[in-house]
Design a protein around this ligand. Structure first.
Ligand SMILES: Cc1cc2nc3c(=O)[nH]c(=O)nc-3n(C[C@H](O)[C@H](O)[C@H](O)COP(=O)(O)OP(=O)(O)OC[C@H]3O[C@@H](n4cnc5c(N)ncnc54)[C@H](O)[C@@H]3O)c2cc1C
Ligand SMILES: Cc1ncc(C[n+]2csc(CCOP(=O)(O)OP(=O)(O)O)c2C)c(N)n1
Ligand SMILES: [Mg+2]
Length: 573
């Protein structure tokens, strides 16, 4: 029997090191899923919504740095992948999507379930092509894989079910090499000029991001030579913050005032592997140098005076021997002192709370203390992102997943699924919003079916609280942010999970411990206070005006107490 195109596809994927395909089956995918069924190297991970498949594949790709695959059947099936794929693409993780297409003879007729995935996915992929003839396989799939891996991001292969079932014309995969790992470093002259610049500057601050992964010792040595504080962007948290005597926290709305001031008070800002997006947090008068592996990233967020293309680790290795010790540590000491104060204020906010009020900060602080040394966390977009940024401690083994660049709600549970399935022995914990969990709640069912012992902590503030914050900051009265929630713990029990509720501050610790200890998936809901907004590190006139305006409206609406609470706990600290 000649090999079918679908069988060849599976062989190519397995040869490229793919372990899992996340998705939902469907007629147009039958050839592909049947080819998976009849072999052992690739596993099909059955979820309940294709968006979850894409997020889960992205989480696996982020954690393993390996190509991961998701798949959807024709029309609505693969259309559901789209938001998750956007997230993968913007996070630059190598994910391949197989988008099945309607029968090839019907394309263009407005047939049942007809869409044009090559148009739909064009914006969220580096490569998106249709296979309409068996002779295109495996070449098109191999180009897709190479593109996803080398450009880091999404590639999409669109294929009709009937084409996948045809006889392959090529017998086996064409590519037989491991993923290339070139060393990318600025030229000697460029390194020399960067060294001169750094040697001549005294007040230097480093802003590091996710592109510093794998270069922790070099980064810390660099800061030691330059006596410079290190500020990190959110996606750099897991790679930069730990064991780092130069760490002064994050900047941005969710950051620390210390991160903000360290950047604003320097003479030279050195950006390394970061695409920190918020322009208003960059210094206006300092010189700025930027190192990034992608030339197109240079100057994307701020003016840049010196731009270098290089991989962080080899670049810093080439740079370090050329650097002189900076003997002035005033800037560093001031920044560290400031950080100490900002941290202490945040720790005070993590107090257990009184009566029945549970502070979300306390929940995350406790979770941070009780979770294992190599736990994998995911946090929903919304206030859980704030608590994760501020209260989860990274240590080089723990990992943190979020939808940080795309900013999509409902990411935490799907990413938790991908993390757990690909790392069966590790503790996986989601910080889920009550809005975020509800958005893709169907996949709670997958936890049981996949025997994935993910622990879900639900921050039940009965609100879309982050948007409430945004509305208040804009001087608006909050509108349609209320959530009428079910009893999530009972619901979890009904679908076969352990369901727990921490009703008082005293119950938080024992309940988290119980959930973490449970040998299976567990959901812990915690009713948390609704107005625990975070402190913007810099209060601009615009923000004060916004809050002031809100105060007026809020009082008129009878919300005055909320605002006092907000000002007390956050803004003026
Ligand atoms: C609700 C919400 C609020 C947020 N608030 C904040 C906030 O207050 N502060 C904050 O910091 N973030 C915040 N974020 C996250 C923010 O949107 C960005 O995702 C984040 O700042 C980007 O972090 P990064 O620069 O580390 O990562 P990325 O944006 O992924 O950038 C990484 C950069 O490194 C480069 N790179 C990759 N590999 C290498 C390598 N080997 N060598 C050199 N360069 C490399 C890439 O080309 C890229 O330019 C928030 C997100 C959400 C959802
Ligand atoms: C898919 C999607 N829809 C809407 C938004 C806008 N948004 C950002 S945060 C948020 C509220 C999140 O609510 P919840 O999950 O309950 O977290 P909370 O902020 O209440 O802790 C909304 C609606 C978004 N980012 N993504
Ligand atoms: Mg909420």
């Amino acid at each position: 029997m000649p090999k079918k195109v679908a069988e060849l596809m599976v062989e190519v994927l397995a040869g490229a090191g793919v372990k899992r395909v996340y998705g939902v089956v469907g007629d147009s995918l039958n050839g592909f899923t049947d080819a998976i069924r009849s072999q052992k190297e690739l596993q099909w991970i059955h979820v309940r919504h294709e968006e979850v498949a894409a997020f889960a594949a992205g989480a696996e790709a982020h954690l393993t740095e390996q190509l991961t695959v998701c798949a959807g059947s024709c029309g609505p099936g693969n259309l559901h992948l789209i938001n998750g794929l956007y997230d993968c693409h913007r996070s630059r993780v190598p994910v391949l999507a197989i988008a099945a297409q309607i029968p090839s003879s019907e394309i263009g007729s407005g047939y049942f379930q007809e869409t044009h995935p090559e148009h739909l996915f064009a914006q969220c992929s580096h490569f998106c092509e249709v296979v309409s003839h068996p002779e295109q396989m495996p070449r098109v799939l191999e180009i897709a894989i190479q593109t996803a891996v080398s450009r880091r991001g999404v590639a999409v292969v669109v294929i009709s079910g009937d084409v996948a079932l045809q006889a392959a014309t090529v017998a086996s995969p064409r590519l037989h090499f491991p993923p290339p790992r070139p060393t990318l470093c600025p030229s000697n002259e460029e390194i020399e000029s960067l060294a001169t610049l750094l040697n001549e500057s005294k007040k230097i601050t480093i802003l590091g991001g996710a592109g510093c992964a794998g270069a922790h010792p070099e980064l810390v040595s660099l800061a030691g030579k330059l006596n410079s504080p290190i500020v990190h962007a959110m996606r750099g948290k897991e790679f930069i913050e730990y064991d780092n005597p130069f760490d002064v926290g994050m900047t941005g709305l969710l950051g620390f005032s210390s991160g903000y001031y360290a950047m604003m008070n320097c003479d030279l800002l050195l950006m390394i592997g970061t695409d920190f997006p918020y322009q208003q947090f960059f210094p206006k008068n300092a010189k700025i140098a930027q190192i990034d592996i992608r030339g197109e990233q240079l100057g994307r967020r701020t003016k840049v005076d010196y731009g270098f293309v290089g991989d962080t680790r080899p670049t810093l290795r080439a740079l370090l021997p050329r650097l002189k010790q900076n003997h002035s540590d005033k800037h560093l000491r001031a920044s560290l002192e400031h950080y100490g104060k900002a941290r202490k204020d945040l720790e005070d906010l993590a107090a257990p709370g009184s009566g029945k009020t549970i502070h979300p900060q306390h929940v995350v602080r406790t979770l941070d203390e009780l979770a294992t040394d190599d736990a994998i966390f995911s946090c929903d977009v919304g206030t859980p992102t704030i608590w994760a940024a501020r209260y989860l401690t990274m240590n080089g083994k723990r990992r943190l997943l979020g939808s940080f660049n795309h900013g999509s709600m409902a990411n935490a549970l799907p990413q938790g699924i991908g993390a757990q399935v690909s790392h069966p022995g590790r503790q996986v914990v989601t910080l889920s919003g009550d809005g975020g969990l509800a958005m893709l709640m169907g996949d709670l069912l997958s936890l049981r079916q996949l025997k994935a012992p993910v622990k879900i902590v639900v921050f039940k503030n009965n609100s879309l609280a982050f948007v409430e914050l945004e509305m208040m900051a804009a001087g608006l009265v909050d509108f349609e942010t209320d959530l009428q929630n079910p009893n999530f713990a009972k619901m979890a029990e009904a679908v076969g999970l352990l369901g727990l509720t921490a009703e008082t501050p005293e119950q938080v610790r024992p309940m988290i411990a119980e959930a973490l200890k449970h040998d299976g998936p567990a959901l812990l809901e915690v009713p948390v206070s609704r107005q625990e907004l975070s402190m913007p590190p810099k209060i601009t006139l615009e923000q004060v005006k916004g809050f002031g305006l809100f105060a007026l409206k809020a009082v008129l609406s009878g919300y005055g107490d909320k605002l006092i609470d907000l000002a007390d706990t956050n803004l003026w600290r």
